[in-house]
Design a protein around this ligand. Structure first.
Ligand code: PFF
Length: 452
């Protein structure tokens, strides 16, 4: 019977190793770059509330489903879905859920690498001391000049993608565990210190109110969709990253506890980032709608003013690069395992080819920030369009289908056996995965496209 499959790609050394790797995947640019700017674009409090509701009622049950499917299938997401569908005597078309996930991962990696490149550049910029004593206008202006230079962006994008390819080609298990174990807590401590600094700006309560006092008049179909997409993006759900990591998890580890721990860590990093950034925004009279450059326009102002800010800021951006790196690895891994399993490629070639493909699409995104900024579709530049489709449409749809498969197609025996759950906890998960998550995602998607 299927319960005791083994992955040809190996296994984590312990449950902690899985938690560290999955947290490494979840915590990244999504928390520190994306969460504050999307919250700012969508009016703050009400968006944050919907985001938290999405994490708790959709994110956690979907994460449990995704890890469970991965561990039961123990292959690339495409082959896992194929095999599990066969096990349950259902249509093998479920494999296309894995295919959609690979495509979503590919699209996300393409722009993710571009933004990670900005972060790398900022390590050196902050270190050089150019922001010492700089005004908010100077810092914003520096970012605008920076993104209008395609050659610079290309250099950083290339370096970051090569770094990602190198780790994936060696196999994600070596090194990831140790690295996450030390660097993640350091990033966390730096964020807490940033929040401490933000408290001293005198605008902390304004930021608290902005982030946590919901103004429901700001809530629209689009902002609810943005909150849902952000929950999926931040938790790395809906595309197979968590599924492939789950496929390396040992049979004895408890999935529910693991999912709650990962979601709690991820969410606290996002909220801390918000609490670090918004007081500085208000202290300098900036508007919350700063767009995707927000963290680069705001944090350097503080680094330029606080004592020891150059060193602190350099370390901060360095750790953010690292957090982005551990996430990018998980974006590439599903594609690579599929190429190894189905195309007979070795890991190195598989990582190189898929990374090269994502790099090429990233170049288009990068040029859409400057040379091709005049070309838009539905009011969005190419990079914004790719980000929107992958994050707000493909990830939630992928998550919906995973929940449906886990809670409707898989038999009760299979899911209960794999989750090691019984009684009311199992029933709670099943209600969330059967009804709450799919209905919430479907209603939000249909409302946003104007059907409901
Ligand atoms: N969760 C990552 C972040 O917050 O930066 C991004 C990400 C990784 C999204 C893996 C999706 C994914 F499958």
């Amino acid at each position: 019977m299927p319960a005791k499959r083994k992955s040809i790609h190996g296994e984590w050394s312990s449950r902690l190793a899985f938690i560290l790797a999955a947290t490494g995947s979840a915590v990244g640019l999504g928390n520190i770059w994306r969460f504050p700017y999307v919250a700012g674009e969508n009016g703050g409090g009400a968006f944050v509330l919907v985001y938290l509701l999405c994490v708790a009622s959709v994110g956690i049950p979907v994460m449990m489903a995704e890890v469970m499917l991965g561990r039961r299938g123990r292959q690339s997401p495409v082959n896992t879905m194929y095999t599990l569908a066969e096990d349950e005597r259902s249509s093998t078309h479920w494999q296309y859920l894995g295919v959609m996930g690979m495509v979503a991962g590919f699209l996300i990696l393409s722009f993710y690498s571009v933004v990670a490149g900005w972060t790398m550049a900022y390590v050196f910029r902050v270190a050089s001391g150019v922001f010492d004593g700089a005004t908010a206008e100077q810092v914003s202006g520096a970012f605008t000049v920076f993104v209008s230079d395609p050659e610079r962006l290309l250099g950083w994008h290339t370096i970051f993608m090569v770094m990602t390819i190198i780790v994936v080609s060696r196999g994600v298990k070596s090194g990831l565990e140790q690295a996450v174990r030390f660097l993640m807590p350091t990033l966390f401590v730096l964020l807490v210190a940033m929040v401490g600094y933000a408290m001293s700006t005198g605008h902390f309560s304004e930021a608290l109110a902005y982030l946590f006092r919901p103004d429901f008049s700001r809530l629209t179909g689009d902002s609810i969709l943005a909150a849902l997409g952000q929950a999926f993006f931040s938790l790395s759900l809906g595309m197979g990253a968590i599924m492939i990591y789950g496929s390396y998890l040992s049979h004895t580890a408890s999935i529910p506890r693991t999912a709650v721990i990962i979601a709690a860590m991820d969410t606290s990093v996002a909220l801390l980032a918000g609490l670090a950034i918004f007081p500085i925004v208000f202290a300098h009279g900036l508007e919350p709608e700063l767009g995707s450059g927000m963290v680069f326009k705001v944090l350097p102002i503080a680094f330029g003013q606080m004592p020891g800010g150059t060193l602190f800021g350099t370390l901060f951006f360095l750790l953010l690069v690292f957090a982005a790196w551990t996430s990018a690895i998980s974006l590439l891994e599903p594609m690579v395992t599929w190429l190894v399993e189905n195309r007979g490629m070795n890991r190195v070639m598989a990582a190189a080819w898929s990374g090269l493909a994502a790099w090429s699409l990233g170049v288009v995104s990068l040029l859409s920030l400057n040379v091709w900024s005049g070309y838009t579709l539905f009011g969005k530049s190419f990079i914004e369009l790719v980000e929107f489709i992958a994050t707000n449409v493909m990830l939630p749809l992928g998550g919906l289908l995973m929940a449906v498969f886990a809670a409707w197609v898989m038999s009760r025996e299979s899911s209960q056996d794999e989750l090691h759950l019984s009684g009311s906890t199992y029933r709670t998960w099943r209600v969330l995965a059967r009804y709450v998550a799919p209905v919430a995602v479907a209603v939000i998607l249909l409302t946003a496209i104007g059907i409901l």
